[in-house]
Design a protein around this ligand. Structure first.
Ligand code: ADP
Length: 320
């Protein structure tokens, strides 16, 4: 996943490009080939490298039974400030509390001498970002399939007062059966009091809801995830994000002005257009609830695949 970004800015004017996550790559963790907890109860064999994010490296590993897992490693030396520690512990606490078939399962967490380790469910089919890179665009039946699972995961999180705040293709992983597993709770927030609003500007430029950027006085809440789901739907079937331009400031201006189009050379159904427009409603109070989104006629149209074949990695499945 590309680095989510974070900054504090005054409202109205499009904010400057946000800062990178702190401590990025300062000390990339290099875990030993046998990863153990300090007490020696747990042991994992590192078998491969899966990827890296803002402050973590993720390895494929095997437990004592030979079961494959993903092992997210953060170097303890990168946790120099109180803030970075608090953030990591918040990520762990939130992710650990969630259990849903479409959320990456959080199995274990422990410290070694050098690193903090998070043992996660392994997603062998990469992310929706990888899939889109290969395929360029997905079909609407595929988008329906993935979106219903993303919405299910998101609705579940919201029930437990968790806002993900960084839903994007790179954080939506796929397991071996092409089922969605939402991951990376690095920017997630827990709403502890009813009606509480979050004020920190965070997210990834293309996916940030307008109220995060331009209504910092009121703050934002659960509706920011719904917005990102609208951006995800558009991106999956059109092949690029709706507000995409070269400069981050220009992206923010487009988000502020709700300026995006449906390119005629990449036609999509009227139902898909209507749903995207409905979700990308600038006012969070007027934006549809997740349950309204899944009940939209877009999902009742034509084919709704019962599964996505793994051949979808390389070419569009024929659902007839
Ligand atoms: P960060 O929180 O630092 O951004 P991520 O959680 O996004 O880190 O992980 C970084 C990369 O590691 C991902 O882009 C992906 O390639 C890989 N990865 C993360 N979690 C898993 C997983 N559960 N299964 C397989 N690969 C994963």
């Amino acid at each position: 996943a590309t680095t989510p970004q974070k900054s504090r800015q005054k409202p109205k004017q499009p904010p400057s490009p946000p800062l990178q996550r702190q401590n990025t790559k300062a000390t990339p963790p290099s875990p030993p080939s046998i990863i153990r907890d300090k007490q020696g109860y747990l042991q994992f064999h590192k078998v491969g490298f899966l990827g890296e994010g803002g402050f973590a490296r993720v390895y494929e590993a095997e437990d004592f039974r030979g079961t494959r897992v993903a092992c997210k490693v953060v170097s303890r030396s990168s946790l120099t400030t109180k803030k970075t520690k608090t953030k990591l512990y918040a990520e762990i606490r939130i992710h650990k509390s969630l259990s849903h078939p479409n959320i990456v399962a959080f199995q274990e967490c422990f410290e070694g001498d050098e690193n903090v380790y998070m043992i996660l469910e392994l997603c062998t089919s990469g992310s929706l970002m990888d899939l889109l890179r290969r395929r360029k665009r997905l079909t609407e039946p595929e988008a329906r399939f993935f979106l219903v699972q993303i919405i299910g995961a998101c609705h579940y999180m919201h029930t437990y007062q968790v806002i993900h705040r960084d839903l994007k293709l790179g954080n939506i992983f796929l397991d071996a059966k092409m089922n969605v597993k939402v991951g990376d709770f690095g920017l997630a927030a827990l709403i502890e009091n009813p009606g509480e609003r979050k004020k920190t500007i965070c997210g990834t430029p293309n996916y940030i809801a307008p109220e995060v950027l331009f209504d910092t006085a009121n703050g934002h809440s659960f509706e920011v995830d719904t917005w990102s789901i609208g951006v995800i739907l558009y991106t999956l079937i059109i092949g690029r994000p709706p507000f995409q331009t070269k400069e981050v400031k220009a992206i923010y201006k487009r988000i502020r002005d709700n300026e995006y189009e449906f390119p005629s050379e990449r036609p999509i159904s009227a139902a898909a257009q209507d749903l995207i427009q409905l979700i990308l409603t600038p006012n969070p109070q007027e934006r549809p609830a997740l349950l309204d989104v899944v009940h939209d006629s877009f999902f009742a149209r034509n084919t709704f695949p019962s599964y996505i074949p793994t051949s979808a990695h390389d070419f569009a499945p024929d659902f007839r």
